[in-house]
Write a protein that binds this ligand. Structure first.
Ligand SMILES: [Zn+2]
Length: 97
């Protein structure tokens, strides 16, 4: 890069993207299930519970859909990955297109 900005590591201006209207999206109450239950730890052995945060294809559902907070989403991802390793959850489901 020929042009060096002094003391600025920012990568260009972001946040100019216009917010899309939530047309057709069902608005569910966005509360973290783990915060509600005052759970401080996500159990990787509770595959029934983890299954609700995994799509039919076996993918982890993003927190913007489930409403899980960042802290618990991180723990949830770790728990799901552990559960996959223990074959409690699938890495990929049979229903692949
Ligand atoms: Zn939470």
């Amino acid at each position: 890069m020929p042009y060096n900005r002094p003391s600025s590591n920012r990568q260009g201006p972001r946040g100019t993207s216009s917010q899309r209207g939530a047309a057709g999206q069902v608005r569910k109450k966005r509360t973290c299930r783990f915060c509600d239950n005052k759970e401080d730890y996500v159990d990787y052995k509770a595959e029934k519970k983890l299954q609700r945060f995994v799509s039919e294809q076996g993918r982890i559902i993003p927190k913007r859909i489930t409403g899980t907070c960042a802290k618990h989403q991180r723990m949830l991802v770790t728990a799901i990955k552990r559960a996959r390793h223990l074959a409690l959850l699938p890495y990929v489901s049979d229903a692949v297109k």
